[in-house]
Design a protein around this ligand. Structure first.
Ligand code: NAD
Length: 462
């Protein structure tokens, strides 16, 4: 029996679900959000972006104390690692942020239900928890996210063959860590454990790291990460992995076996649709398991919408939030839009890697005539003072119209710098517009001016 009726019931309280719920409530809807985990915030806040960034920051400080502070004339004596304290700091950040979502729900009068949410028919959502109950809704938003994928022949045991979730809570630094997959997760978490002292080998099927990243940028990143101590085995497909004695092994094509204490499987993510009751409203997933939606994020079932990792596209927290806002705004106002061409990506390695728009390879493949301008951070004064002169900024613009098509940054604080490029792309700027914007001096953002000037072959400092 339905206990209450809502304008919108959201299933999942990750960056798609909780942001959509809040925005819908702001727009005057009566909103409920069903989440099976005690803490709100989804993978991103609990076991993804936020704890990873916390450990990246801490491990960067540890690395700097050991390898960089002396150059600044700062002596710190013996540098020690208290991994427990590092993990406790990370947990504290996660707890504060997830509790923050509870607070926001209360503030916006979003009703939270604790339990597994599933569709049981048009406009009906069952909450399976300590006590089962049923909600009725005019609209349902599915935002159930994704889980770490694994490979055939690789059995996750949560101890030696692990995913990102366990790699965020290790109690000791493994002597040797194998990372399967040179994507975002593999490189971020591989960097953390490398800085903390593990010998890290990344095994990647492709002949390059970071698929999807501009080729020139990816090559430079590969060089820089290798210099930091990460080892790469490119063009090596993992066939199987398993526990062996106290450690584990990974077998790659050709029969070679690599051994280590732990193996982190970082080969992508799969959408969470199991047990969601899609059958009850006749929704079928596509060949890759994603829920198909149209430009309104509407599924084939009347009144049922879906956003975030569960629909595919860029599996990024901010993309999910953006989609959720557009979806509920469209419900309330008739308007709502996501510009996928202006969705930024950030990899929080050191240096950070960020980009928006097209890569050079994509432009070549699409036959789009383009001009390119690059600038290396070694010509940037602010980067020199930070001791962070490695990296590149690359601007791609249309050969005829000069309209910006892509901006790629590998360098200090690239994740923050990219926002200017995102704004420029959103507003349809040209590379000349970017070059003529007055940037403060000395600042890292001057690299954008210089790369934009380089499109016309006239950088000042390059
Ligand atoms: P990914 O898709 O980024 O990378 C997976 C890598 O594994 C690929 O390079 C692939 O070629 C490789 N691979 C696949 N099968 C293999 C095999 N048999 N042997 C060797 N290598 C193999 O996936 P991910 O790093 O797990 O990340 C998952 C998702 O989470 C991505 O969509 C990513 O964008 C998102 N994410 C984003 C951030 C961020 O924005 N900073 C951080 C973490 C995760």
């Amino acid at each position: 029996m339905a206990i209450d009726h809502f304008d919108l019931v959201v299933i999942g309280a990750g960056p798609g679900g909780y942001v959509g719920a809040i925005r819908a409530a702001q727009l005057g809807m009566k909103v409920a959000c069903v989440e099976r985990e005690p803490a709100l915030g989804g993978v991103c806040l609990r076991i993804g972006c936020i704890p990873t960034k916390a450990l990246l920051e801490s491990s960067e400080r540890y690395w700097a104390a050991r390898h960089e502070l002396a150059e600044h004339g700062v002596g710190v004596g013996d540098v020690t690692l208290d991994l427990g304290a590092m993990m406790a700091r990370k947990d504290g950040i996660v707890n504060n942020l997830t509790r923050g979502v509870d607070f926001l729900f209360k503030k916006q009068k979003v009703k939270r239900y604790f339990g597994e949410g599933r569709l049981v028919g048009p406009g009906r959502v069952e909450v399976v928890g300590e006590t089962n109950l049923e909600l009725s809704a005019d609209h349902v938003l599915l935002a159930t996210g994704s889980s770490a994928a694994t490979l055939k022949g690789v059995e996750l045991d949560g101890e030696r063959i692990i995913t990102s979730t366990e790699a965020l809570t290790l109690e000791a630094v493994p002597e040797r860590l194998l990372v399967i997959g040179a994507g975002v997760v593999g490189l971020e978490l591989g960097s953390v454990w490398n800085r903390l002292g593990a010998e890290v080998t990344v095994v990647e099927y492709l002949d390059r790291i970071l698929p999807g990243v501009d080729g020139q940028v990816s090559k430079l990143a590969h060089r820089l990460f290798t210099r930091q101590g990460l080892s790469f085995r490119l063009g090596a497909r993992v066939k199987s992995a398993g526990a062996k004695g106290e450690g584990c092994f990974v077998e790659i094509d050709g029969g070679e076996r690599l051994e280590a204490d732990r193996a982190l499987v970082a080969v992508g993510r799969r959408p969470n649709t199991e047990g969601l009751g899609l059958d009850s409203v006749s929704i079928e997933v596509d060949a890759r398991g994603f829920i198909p939606v149209d430009e309104r994020f509407a599924t084939k079932a009347e009144g049922v919408f879906a956003v975030g990792d569960v629909i595919g596209g860029p599996m990024l927290a901010h993309a999910a939030s953006h989609e959720a806002v557009a979806c509920v705004e469209r419900l309330a106002t008739g308007w709502g839009h996501v510009n996928r061409d202006a969705t930024p990506w950030v990899v929080y390695t050191d240096p950070e890697l960020a980009f928006v728009g097209r890569t050079e390879e994509q432009l070549i493949q699409a036959g789009v005539p383009y001009k390119s301008g690059t600038f290396f951070f070694k010509g940037n004064g602010r980067a020199a003072t930070l001791g962070r002169s490695d990296g590149i900024t690359k601007v791609l613009a249309h050969a005829d119209t000069d309209r910006l098509l892509g901006v790629h940054i590998l360098g200090p604080r690239a994740g923050d710098l990219i926002s200017e490029a995102v704004a420029a792309l959103e507003f349809g700027a040209s590379s000349e517009d970017l070059a003529r914007i007055c940037h403060p001096h000395p600042s890292l953002a001057e690299a954008l001016t210089e790369a934009a000037l380089s499109v016309e072959g006239r950088p000042i400092h390059g």
